[in-house]
Ligand binder design. Structure first.
Ligand SMILES: Cc1cc2nc3c(=O)[nH]c(=O)nc-3n(C[C@H](O)[C@H](O)[C@H](O)COP(=O)(O)OP(=O)(O)OC[C@H]3O[C@@H](n4cnc5c(N)ncnc54)[C@H](O)[C@@H]3O)c2cc1C
Length: 416
């Protein structure tokens, strides 16, 4: 079933009886060529590109809960490619290009909205750093514009420009950045993969790996043993726990990140805005809610809920940036588990176990990476070679000391 304007009109005139399920609910088969563990955005995108681009037919995605129950359905939906370092920028720009064609490719409305992102700067030194980042983005084929205060006042007059402590001097804008409906992305990839024969198996928790002679044979699950030629793990905040079942210890810590949504307001915020003097970012959803977030919780946790001190910290950031936010009522908040790596950059690589592959360490920036991560992981699984934009995302960079520390804060995961 293809979605189209014609189809919507036809269904409207015939009582909406022709819409089918978006994906099947198959029983697990005894063996697959490739098993993906984790039905989040990255696992589903991997399955989609494996089937579509790399023509792999016998693929399954095993998800312990329901699709969208993890971070893919919990994030603040920001997509962007405004990175500085050569290891990162080409990868995220590749992702941006995939976002731009995603809805055509999956034939699904994921509400990709390129409404722009502005990173505010508050000092002359910060302006220099942002200018450097903007130039790096331009050199990598991305888009970037440095905004002065006057231009910014026209775009976002509600910002507190006259805050004596954090004066806003301007911003680095990426016009092609924006937002996408997070669970719509999971559904689009799931439907596209299912249409091409991928078995998406929900309520199927992987509880162990069967490894013989240094080679993975399959996975133990809550629905029985499933054999596999190759196994790709993409379980985000659960990375350390799942890979421990294969005897691996990862350079990753798990922390909770919270998100917040206000009551619906009239259109106020044109795109995404990030505070440069504290950790706070905000956009406005199509329903009118202000969607915002800030720092991760300070301690390690696998609980999908946050704590009150971080709520206070985030809303303080919001009040410093745009005091009018204090008049909006908070409607809901939630938490997701982040796989914080030691340098703030991800890992897409083979492991020391033959046939076992890993994708993780996305920290709190993995939503924007979903298309490129899926493509690069599918490339690795299908060809056993890293994709050209993901060659830096190897495990051995920590041993070699070639870390990709975008923020320059060192091996302190909670600061990335
Ligand atoms: C509050 C919040 C805000 C964020 N904001 C942004 C943002 O604005 N922009 C951005 O780029 N990123 C953002 N992120 C980060 C982004 O959401 C994540 O990096 C990304 O979604 C992680 O990849 P995923 O979608 O595959 O993860 P998930 O959706 O978490 O997928 C992993 C899946 O693995 C499953 N799983 C775990 N263990 C097992 C097992 N043993 N067996 C089977 N399945 C298992 C889980 O149930 C889960 O569904 C945010 C995250 C949060 C929580």
């Amino acid at each position: 079933m293809r979605f189209s304007g014609f189809r919507v009109i036809k269904e409207a005139l015939t009582g909406h009886r022709g819409w089918g399920m978006l994906w099947r609910n198959p029983e697990p088969k005894p063996h697959y060529d490739i098993v993906i563990v984790g039905g989040g955005g990255h696992g589903l995108a991997t399955a989609f590109y494996l089937a579509k681009t790399f023509k792999q037919a016998r693929v399954a995605v095993l998800e312990k809960g329901w699709l969208g129950s993890g971070n893919i359905g919990r994030n603040t939906t920001i997509i962007r490619s405004n990175y500085l370092l050569p290891g990162n920028e080409p990868f995220y720009e590749f992702s941006m290009k995939l976002w731009e064609n995603l809805e055509q490719e999956t034939n699904f409305n994921s509400m990709v909205s390129q409404r722009g992102i502005i990173n505010l700067f508050h000092t002359d030194g910060q302006r220099d750093a942002y200018r450097r980042r903007g130039n790096a983005m331009l050199l990598a084929g991305a888009d970037a514009r440095l905004l002065g205060q006057d231009e910014l006042r026209e775009i976002a007059p509600f910002l507190n420009f006259d805050n004596a402590r954090f004066p806003i001097k301007g911003g680095l804008m990426q016009p092609r950045a924006g937002t996408a409906r997070h669970d719509g992305v999971a559904w689009g990839y799931a439907r596209g993969a299912d249409m091409r024969g991928v078995d998406i198996i929900q309520n199927c928790e992987v509880t162990g790996f069967r490894i013989e002679g240094g080679k993975v044979q399959g996975v133990e699950t809550s629905r029985g043993y499933i054999g596999a030629g190759k196994v790709g793990v993409a379980v985000a905040g659960n990375s350390s726990r799942v890979m421990a079942m294969a005897g691996m210890r990862l350079p990753i810590e798990s922390h909770v990140l919270q998100a917040f949504v206000s009551e619906g307001l009239k259109p106020t915020i044109p795109g995404v805005i990030t505070f440069g003097a504290g950790h706070f970012y905000v956009s406005q959803s199509d329903k009118g809610g202000l969607v915002f977030g800030g720092d991760i919780d300070g301690y390690n946790s696998y609980a999908q809920r946050g704590n009150l001190p971080v709520v206070e910290d985030v809303v303080e950031g919001g009040m410093a940036l745009m005091p009018m936010i204090g008049r909006a009522r908070l409607l809901r908040s939630w938490g997701g588990i982040m796989d914080m790596s030691m340098d703030g950059s991800p890992i897409i690589d083979r492991t020391g176990i033959d046939g076992l592959y890993f994708n993780g360490g996305w920290c709190y920036g993995g939503f924007k990476a979903t298309p490129a991560s899926g493509y690069a992981f599918a490339h690795l699984l299908a060809t056993d070679r890293p994709h050209e934009t993901a060659t830096a995302y190897r495990f051995d960079r920590f041993a070699r000391g070639h870390v990709i520390d975008e923020k320059g804060v060192g091996a302190q995961p909670n600061l990335h």
